[in-house]
Design a protein around this ligand. Structure first.
Ligand code: ZN
Length: 287
């Protein structure tokens, strides 16, 4: 069960970490904290995130029920901020279901920090492409209507994704778990997007992804876990959780020839700005 009065003390900044990483100020810009994977230890998972210096988690709803759960979590945990959407793999919904999503969304619009995740995915075939594209455009319209950023999922569909973003002249948001080429990265950055990197950037085989990361201006870079999926090295293969975002910060800092602390500071400032998070820089967890 969730507790209604989470610990609101600021993190001490002296996280006891078994690795050599320093204390950092971090935001996990993309996690699925409503996932059943956390049903047995969700509050402990949130506490571990605070213990390593995570100041905010953007938690992502992916269908109507998940959006409701995500909202409920954000209302009982002050450092969880909701982004609501219908995932492209689940986008084959009736107009009735879309309307139910809109009702949840509009009913909480002042609490929501982004629209999504939405996007295009031709890797999985659970939803016909034309329907994904239609619902993606619906999400962009919703974001425009409320002046919110979008959180975009893209898998094996970067060219059509860029076509839609150009066609809609939509320039406000982040490509989550970026997995395109350096050329895609350049195009999306030129178009105004932020790029977010997840645990897969730490994998030994991900040199091409690290090349793309080196192209990203430091003020357009975000960090995420995509938890419970894609745990970074050294947790690869285990259930992922927001506290592991520090490992991705460590690898990306090496890759960009900066320190983990500086990278964490920059990506945290970027997330606060992009999502308009109401975090006091001096005492972020205070109400
Ligand atoms: Zn996701």
């Amino acid at each position: 069960m969730l507790q209604s009065a989470p610990d609101r003390e600021p993190s001490s900044g002296a996280a006891s970490d078994s690795t050599s990483l320093p204390a950092m100020r971090l935001i996990d810009s993309h996690a699925h904290t409503d996932a059943t994977a956390y049903d047995d230890d969700r509050d402990a998972m949130f506490e571990r995130a605070k213990d390593v210096g995570i100041e905010a988690i953007v938690s992502i709803g992916i269908d109507v029920d998940s959006c409701r759960r995500t909202l409920a979590l954000s209302r009982t945990h002050s450092f969880v901020f909701p982004a609501l959407g219908i995932h492209p793999n689940s986008a084959n919904v009736s107009d009735e279901t879309w309307d139910a999503f809109l009702e949840v969304f509009e009913g909480a619009v002042d609490e929501i920090v982004a629209v999504g995740e939405t996007g295009l995915d031709t890797y999985r075939d659970s939803c016909p492409f034309e329907i994904q594209e239609r619902r993606f455009r619906d999400h962009l319209a919703l974001a425009r209507r409320h002046e919110l950023p979008v959180i975009i999922h893209c898998r094996d569909a970067y060219d059509p994704l860029i076509e839609v973003l150009v066609d809609e002249d939509f320039r406000h948001g982040v490509i989550h778990c970026f997995g395109g080429t350096t050329e895609h990265a350049r195009t999306l950055l030129d178009h105004g997007f932020h790029l977010s990197f997840a645990g897969n950037v730490t994998y030994k085989s991900a040199e091409a992804l690290r090349d793309a990361a080196r192209l990203v201006p430091i003020d357009r870079l975000l960090l995420e876990t995509d938890a419970p999926f894609l745990a970074p090295v050294p947790e690869r293969g285990n259930r992922n959780e927001p506290s592991f975002v520090r490992h991705t910060a460590g690898v990306l800092a090496d890759c960009l020839a900066t320190t983990p602390t500086r990278l964490a500071e920059a990506t945290t400032a970027n997330a606060i700005r992009l999502f308009g998070l109401p975090i006091d820089a001096a005492n972020p967890l205070a109400d």
